[in-house]
Design a protein around this ligand. Structure first.
Ligand code: ADP
Ligand code: MG
Length: 508
């Protein structure tokens, strides 16, 4: 009995021991999984923290970027060549002021789309009465064709547009001056002539090299039988400045933040050392900075930026642009997320699209960043649909948002530093001596026109720009206004054509 009892106890003991052992194994597995999961998270968190530190833009660093921008602006104005900022002359010395009158046409070529437009101006106090815009994508094959084909296409579209417009108005062309926005770097020799320096954005028309872009267009217009003269050749920043100035004459600079980024501003001719003796009626001229190529060692550069540059078609070029513009922000975030995926496995198996360059566009990055739902539903959807990573937990979604935030915040704060750099160069940042009899720090109202899909479509980005300007400038920021213009680059060219063909110019 005893033995049996003992045997029974033994069985029970055995079962109990077995259970305990199994429980131990399960517990050990759980602990090990938890430890692993903890380690994965630790690595992911480390990578995000490292990235955040690398992207740091404390106000002291932003001020160094501001000063470096001013130094580079001086260098670019002193000589051509050897400088990061080209500081190109535009020969624009008068900007529209609101009293232009008549019907004007313009062409806008430079981004993904081509636009033909007409604006009807009613004279003083009446603003833009009417505007017609026709937008269409540039046929891919034309982007690498010949001057004749490209400009022939543009001229035929303009002719069609003008004819339809005349029919609807039951009138003929009143004004012959045409505005032309051409957003590639051009070495201008007058306000209505210039030679292309290089093609960008996927365009490559070889026989355009060393040819006057306006002459190419003018030839095509004549062939179409269109009796119009190209009155102004501008890029998108100058067009944006012109529209900004038309609405608000305190506008002194314009910034584009779209696929790429650039800026222009009004400079005194005596500060343009490289063109000594240059005379304008106003004593001022708009300078196209080509600021996408700005660089200084003060920029917060991470290993992801270095790798993005190495893998790009234009290595060592456009350093500022690669940290700021719509073409790159999503890609920087993708690179960070990919490394996290490889090193921490928080995204599960890395067989996803995350490894594919440019798989995450900037608008999608913005949508994830701005997801306000409690469970970050949009983040889940985009990660699933675009990056093909199913079902990530809330904790991982938060990490994705954090990465987007770091990328966007750095870009916006650098834009702010660039803008303050311009303001400092022209004495509107409150640091220089007062020129208007006002006490130091009290400044004239200053407006900067801003345009581009990234800036327009991404409100958190805009908020970060504003916030950083206030941080850098303190109270002076109360006098600084960033104003968004829509379709400004084309409309601005039409307005400039009006301003340049009118008898009453408003010199800047
Ligand atoms: P382009 O620079 O070709 O003239 P846009 O000014 O319209 O064109 O800018 C388009 C760029 O802006 C796109 O490449 C995209 O990266 C970015 N973008 C557009 N919409 C948004 C958005 N909602 N959020 C963030 N970025 C956007
Ligand atoms: Mg554009």
């Amino acid at each position: 009995m005893g033995g049996g009892g003992g045997g029974g106890r033994g069985v029970w003991f055995g079962v109990a021991a077995g259970c305990a052992a199994a429980a131990c194994v399960i517990a050990a597995a759980l602990v090990s999984r938890r430890v692993k999961s903890h380690r994965r998270w630790q690595r992911a968190a480390e990578l995000v923290a490292e990235f955040e530190e690398g992207c740091g833009t404390p106000v002291g660093r932003l001020k160094q970027v501001v000063d470096a921008m001013v130094v580079e602006m001086h260098a670019g104005l002193a000589s051509d060549g050897g400088c990061k900022l080209k500081m190109l002359l535009t020969y624009v010395d008068s900007l529209p002021h609101g009293s232009e009158k008549g019907i004007y046409y313009a062409l806008d070529l430079g981004g993904t789309n081509f636009r033909v437009l007409q604006v009807q101006l009613g004279g003083k106090g009446s603003n833009i009465l009417k505007q017609k815009v026709e937008k269409q994508p540039i046929p891919q094959e034309l982007m690498t064709s010949t001057c004749e084909k490209m400009f022939g296409f543009i001229a035929s579209k303009l002719k069609q547009f003008v004819e339809e417009d005349e029919e609807s108005r039951e009138g003929t062309i009143e004004t012959r001056a045409l505005g032309f926005t051409f957003s590639f770097p051009v070495k201008q020799s007058s306000v209505s002539s210039g030679v292309l320096m290089k093609w960008t954005k996927g365009f490559s028309i070889e026989d355009a090299a060393d040819r006057d872009i306006v002459a190419c267009l003018q030839e095509a217009l004549t062939k179409e039988g269109l009796n119009m003269q190209v009155a102004v050749l501008v890029n998108d920043t100058v067009g944006t400045l012109a529209l900004g100035h038309y609405h608000d004459q305190d506008t002194v600079a314009a910034v584009i933040i779209g696929t790429g980024t650039n800026a222009c501003y009004v400079e005194r001719t005596d500060a343009i050392i490289k063109y000594q003796g240059l005379l304008t009626n106003s004593g001022s001229m708009v300078i196209n900075m080509e600021w996408g190529n700005f660089w200084t060692s003060h920029l917060p550069r991470t290993s992801y930026d270095v790798e993005l540059d190495e893998d790009s078609l234009n290595r060592t070029d456009q350093g500022f642009e690669k940290m700021i513009s719509g073409m790159y922000l999503g890609e920087i975030a993708r690179r960070v997320l990919f490394r996290i995926a490889v090193e921490s496995e928080v995204f599960g198996d890395v067989g996803s699209k995350l490894s594919q360059p440019f798989a995450l566009s900037t608008p999608l990055m913005a949508t994830m960043h701005e997801d306000e739902s409690a469970d970050l539903r949009e983040v889940k959807r985009i990660v699933e649909q675009t990056l093909q990573i199913p079902d990530i937990p809330l904790k991982t979604r938060r990490l994705v948002v954090k990465v987007c935030d770091i990328v966007s915040r750095r870009a916006a704060r650098l834009v702010a530093a660039g803008i303050v750099g311009i303001l400092k160069k022209i004495g509107r940042d409150g640091s220089g001596p007062s020129t208007s009899g006002r006490p130091k720090g009290q400044l004239m109202r200053t407006v900067v026109a801003v345009e581009g899909g990234l800036y327009e479509g991404y409100s958190m980005f805009r908020d970060y720009v504003d916030e950083a300007i206030v941080e850098i400038l303190g109270d002076v920021a109360q006098n600084i206004f960033l104003k968004t213009t829509v379709d400004g680059s084309g409309t601005g060219a039409a307005l400039l054509a009006a301003a340049h063909s009118s008898n009453r110019k408003s010199y800047i």
